[in-house]
Design a binder for this molecule. Structure first.
Ligand code: F6R
Length: 237
């Protein structure tokens, strides 16, 4: 694992965005694994900015998102597909059919689909303060591939801030498993702010602890770049 400490979440976005756009230029057929949430927002903004400035095409790029709620249409503002359209896809020349989101219908084939498209070249990840990655909560089996999860009461409560009422929050989601994520060829994990300090500290301990899913990245055979901001670093020192 390589740790990079940058001044702010904006700088992290610019740095990872630049690295990813360079990679797309080198390999126009690249396969990207994408996360939602607040952590990758500046990265997506930077990807758009650099790609438009340098006329980089995404017409041959394939994307696989980490996770998606069950039961939300893509027109629902809380769906992850809607998030990706609004924050990245709609600005670039992606083909609609190049985007993949896990669902009840495709979950048993999702890992196979990833493999058939050549595997994920670059996976972007956020991390939860309890160490979750995607919707893999503590004690998720490390061999798990893409699967359905019942959201815990805590997660439903946390996520209810994005919905009109708690009863609208889906109770299930489909997520890539830890095994799926570990097959990636390169991983960029973003963690900013002091509420992520403890999680990053634990992940950097260097060993796998099933109660802390993100620590499985210590077993990854690929390069794992961990980007944090000063605020997050302050809480680790
Ligand atoms: C999102 C995802 C989640 C988030 C995590 C951190 O697709 O898989 O695991 O990465 O909950 O969320 P933020 O970035 O909002 O702090």
């Amino acid at each position: 694992m390589e740790l990079y400490v940058l001044r702010s979440k904006e700088e992290i976005g610019l740095e990872i965005g630049r690295r990813i756009v360079e990679r797309v230029k080198q390999n126009p057929y690249i396969v990207l694994g994408l996360a939602t949430g607040s952590s990758p927002l500046f990265t997506y903004e930077a990807i758009v900015k650099y790609s438009l400035a340098e006329y980089v095409s995404y017409k041959n790029v394939t994307t696989f998102n980490l996770d998606e709620y069950v039961g939300l249409e893509e027109t629902n503002k809380q769906s992850y597909r809607y998030f990706m359209n609004e924050n990245l896809f709609k600005y670039l020349d992606f083909k609609k059919e190049s985007h993949h989101f896990p669902s009840i219908e495709n979950m048993s084939n999702y890992d196979e689909e990833i493999k058939n498209s050549g595997g994920i070249d670059i996976q972007i990840l956020g991390i939860g303060s309890n160490g979750h990655i995607a919707f893999n909560e503590p004690f998720t089996n490390i061999d798990e591939k893409t699967h359905i999860v019942e959201l815990t009461e805590n997660t439903i409560k946390d996520n209810s801030r994005f919905f009109k009422s708690i009863s609208e929050v889906p109770t299930k989601a489909i997520t890539m498993g830890l095994n799926t994520i570990l097959q990636s060829k390169e991983i960029f994990l973003i963690a900013t702010g002091k509420n992520k300090s403890m999680a990053v500290k634990k992940m950097l301990e260097g060993k796998y602890d099933p109660s802390f899913p993100a620590s499985c990245l210590n077993l990854a055979k690929c390069k794992v770049h961990v980007y944090i901001d000063d605020e997050c670093y302050e809480g680790i020192k």
